[in-house]
Design a protein around this ligand. Structure first.
Ligand code: C2E
Ligand code: MG
Ligand code: MG
Ligand code: MG
Length: 292
């Protein structure tokens, strides 16, 4: 009967809502002890020069394996870390570990290699943010321009003056700023003009359809042209096939990340990839050098 199914629907919703709430509570509870239990680690996704195919840097991506709940996606736990404020100590762990990794890579494979780190809106409310970044850079010994901080439009939308000041301070230190997930937020163009960004990352959703959708091809072409007009470097996110790579090459988008090139991997695997790259570069230069 209608009444019965109505009750079933009601029961179904309360149960699934309870499940949702209790999962969130469980995650929050576990998140509190996660740093102490050493449950976080970073993986790194190489950023590629699409023309030469070489690695120019990597983006640090956080991973959480909880002893009770298993692997939890950052899409699920970062928002909880944000609203609890736990993102502050977690973000410090991310920065420190990411700088450690790039220090190793640079020692063997050149000081031009960069590391990109994601920053959450909540981290900008931390009065200690700038000092922490400064001293983490000093401890690591890499130059400020090694570090690129990725922020989304959500950070800028609040319009708080401390965000303006923090972004100003960061770029005066020589730290690079990247606008992440470009095209998914609001008023992007005015933000790009107002703040001193170095890099624009085209959101994966635009890259996804370039081989099938004319509209998306034109959008991506326009974003690249606009970014270049503003003097920005452009990174395409989520490149999964060679058609996309070819399109990006042809439209002067210089950098890309995506499964076509690499899945996110641990720091030692990046070192290994850099070592293979330098071996093959040496082989090429031997091939091309004049005969002895
Ligand atoms: P994001 O910064 O836009 O990172 C890119 C996401 O796309 C990563 O997901 C990456 O694994 C995924 N990805 C890369 N290439 C491809 C591809 O070719 N195809 C597809 N389908 N996906 C690809 P992930 O690692 O799950 O991270 C999700 C989001 O969580 C990140 O988006 C970022 O906003 C946030 N996040 C991750 N680590 C951190 C962190 O340390 N701090 C903060 N605040 N946020 C983080
Ligand atoms: Mg990012
Ligand atoms: Mg992104
Ligand atoms: Mg994203």
């Amino acid at each position: 009967s209608a009444k019965k199914s109505g009750r079933n629907t009601y029961t179904f919703f309360t149960e699934s809502m309870n499940r949702g709430v209790s999962r969130e509570l469980a995650l929050e509870e576990q998140l509190h002890g996660a740093l102490k239990r050493n449950e976080f680690r970073l993986v790194f996704q190489p950023q590629i020069d699409v023309v030469s195919g070489t690695i120019v840097g990597a983006e640090a991506l956080l991973r959480w394996h909880n002893h009770l709940l298993g692997d939890i996606s950052p899409e699920e736990f970062i928002p909880i870390a944000e609203h609890t404020g736990l993102i502050i100590p977690i973000g410090e762990f991310v920065l420190t570990s990411a700088l450690q990794a790039v220090t190793q890579w640079q020692a063997h494979y050149g000081s031009e290699l960069r590391i990109a780190v994601n920053l959450s809106p909540r981290q900008f409310r931390d009065p200690n943010l700038i000092d922490f970044i400064k001293s983490a850079l000093n401890r690591s010994g890499v130059s400020a321009s090694t570090l690129e901080l990725e922020i989304t439009e959500g950070v800028l939308m609040s319009g708080h003056s401390f965000i303006d000041e923090a972004l100003q301070d960061l770029s005066e230190l020589g730290i690079r700023l990247a606008m992440d997930d470009f095209g998914t937020g609001y008023s992007s163009l005015s933000y790009l003009r107002r703040y001193s960004f170095d890099t624009l990352k085209i959101d994966r959703s635009f890259i996804k359809d370039i081989s099938v959708s004319t509209a998306n091809r034109e959008l991506v072409t326009a974003i690249i042209a606009m970014g270049h007009a503003l003097g920005l470097e452009i990174v395409a996110e989520g490149v999964e096939c060679t058609k996309q790579q070819t399109f990006l090459c042809e439209h002067q988008c210089q950098y890309a990340q995506g499964y076509l090139f690499n899945r996110p991997m641990n720091a030692d695997d990046v070192t290994e990839a850099l070592s293979q790259q330098s071996t093959s570069a040496q082989a090429k230069s031997v091939q091309h050098s004049p005969e002895l």
